[in-house]
Design a protein around this ligand. Sequence first.
Ligand code: ATP
Length: 299
Amino acid sequence: LIAFLLYLFYLVAPIGQLVEGAVQLQNGLAALKRIREIEDLPGEPDTPVTEQRGEPVGVSFESVVFQYGEDRETVHKDVTFEVPPGGLTALVGPSGAGKSTVFALLERFYDHQGGTITVGGREIRDWPLGDLRAALGYVEQDAPVLAGTLRENLLFAAQDSSEEELWRAIRRTRLDDLVSRLPEGLETAVGHRGVLLSGGERQRVAIARALLRKPRLLLLDEATSQLDAVNELRLREVIAEVAAETTVLVIAHRLSTVTNADRIVVMEAGEVRAVGTHDELVGADELYRELAATQFLVS
Ligand code: ATP
């Protein structure tokens, strides 16, 4: 029987490797596509980081007009909203409303064609690009875990962090439980060659990674994947804690994030149709009420 089981194992093991290989290939192709997209952007001057990191910055969009190309339709027709420094602001709206485009413009992956965007009271085009990007932290939807140890994953963009800063970020993102559970703690290999992390853990690793860069504005594209109740609660606590220290602008896909937000910007078809708190919007905006009824998981 043992010989038979061994035989079966040898039969099945290569299939597992094949599947893993296919997943890696797919991840690689997605990464390559993103690199191509970035390479295709208009040339950027090589701008060093000259400004010290510092206080949280606010953002304002005033009658912003934007299209991805001359032959493309206008994505932002008239986008106006204000984010004061500090606190939590959520962007919500149906798929295609233009929420991710707000992030792309703030990162200056593209330039808006009309209206004004300011970051920290300064017109976005007047920021040296290096300073602007150093001031922003960006957590993408379903952020990847890189091959390597958990420590390498966290310090990826902030190699010079002290041990104290690293542990502070770990505690703030409620990752201490995970670290104590892993066989070799921070030195445990994670990702496809190591321990696989859950969706909630991956997202908190990505937030910790961004926090270590001490952003003055954190852009967070919340993952749409379902979280269990514990992970959902943790994420809500983490976002609230981070928003007490810096400005957080989140593309929200879950109700628990927006009910806690200081303000919610409701976007639809390239315009802002309402701004308010959850309670205000439930009373005042029909689209918001509908989105709330579907838990925002609409995209
Ligand atoms: P979702 O919730 O589905 O991500 P969204 O509100 O974030 O939607 P955007 O991603 O900002 O919306 O997209 C708005 C419009 O811009 C869509 O019609 C989309 O197809 C288009 N668009 C987004 N990114 C690009 C791009 N890089 N090039 C061309 N068009 C784009």
